[in-house]
Design a protein around this ligand. Structure first.
Ligand code: ADP
Ligand code: ADP
Length: 222
């Protein structure tokens, strides 16, 4: 089943001095449960593509369909709830909230989606167990290691049962051993829950885990 379809996607940034063609007619699709990697040099358009897939930025031209819906055709106020329900994000830096415990951080997307507190807590605990952090529930982000923080970020990305998880350099801030353990964890969760992963990275180690590798160069998929 096709979960993501991208057709002739263009992104042109207009700066004060010039036009930057960041994406130049990108087309591809992702199957449900696919674990794919997007590789490309710095400045090739990876983050731009991820931002548009994540509905954080709109395309200049072209279309994306996620789970049968073109999110940019939705009324503005529905885009955010579409994003919160369908898409999980993992970034290079974890963006956990230091004032909240590990458990509370993972509950946030559920509470935003309107899930009641007790259910949210139960679901967040289940996810934290899947990333082997059941012994860190009441720690705060600054009390756990780098690899643990990224595993919390993985749990948070998955807690709303998204259709797709978008990750931008998820191992960029980790040493290579920790990076490997985070990658293999993402791969396990992908297999267990049939969640589609699309991961932008420079890390060739990630390619070994991927079903497919997409290569982007100067805004074109090659
Ligand atoms: P990558 O993630 O592969 O490093 P980006 O998607 O960040 O690439 O950038 C692609 C191109 O678009 C680069 O030339 C970059 O300088 C340019 N770019 C990215 N964001 C903006 C922006 N907000 N305004 C103008 N140019 C941008
Ligand atoms: P890493 O080698 O992965 O960076 P650390 O040396 O930072 O790991 O942490 C090792 C263990 O100690 C981790 O399991 C972490 O949860 C725990 N830990 C680290 N810092 C603190 C802290 N300030 N308070 C409580 N536990 C901590």
């Amino acid at each position: 089943k096709e979960i993501v379809k991208v057709s002739n996607l263009w992104k042109i940034y207009q700066t004060e001095t010039e036009k930057v063609e960041a994406l130049k007619g990108i087309s591809f699709s992702l199957e449900k449960g696919e674990f794919s990697v997007l590789m490309g040099a710095s400045g090739s358009g990876k983050s731009t593509l991820l931002h548009i897939l994540g509905t954080l930025d709109s395309p200049t031209k072209g279309e994306i369909i996620i789970d049968g819906v073109n999110p940019f055709s939705l009324p503005e106020k529905e885009i955010a709830s579409f994003r919160n329900k369908k898409i999980g994000f993992i970034f290079q830096f974890h963006y956990l909230i230091n004032e909240l415990t590990v458990l509370e951080n993972v509950m946030v997307p559920l509470l935003i989606a309107g899930v009641e507190k007790e259910k949210a807590e139960e679901k967040a605990k289940t996810l934290l167990k899947s990333v082997n952090l059941e012994h860190r529930l009441s720690h705060r982000p600054f009390e756990i290691s780098g690899g643990e923080k990224q595993r919390v970020a993985v749990a948070r990305a998955l807690v709303n049962d998204p259709e797709i998880v978008l990750a931008d350099e998820p191992t960029g801030n980790l040493d290579s051993e920790t990076a490997k353990s985070v990658i293999s964890l993402m791969r396990e969760l992908n297999r267990e829950f049939q969640i589609t992963f699309f991961i932008a990275t420079h890390n060739p180690e990630l390619e070994k885990f991927a079903d497919k590798t997409y290569l982007i160069k100067d805004g074109v998929l090659i």
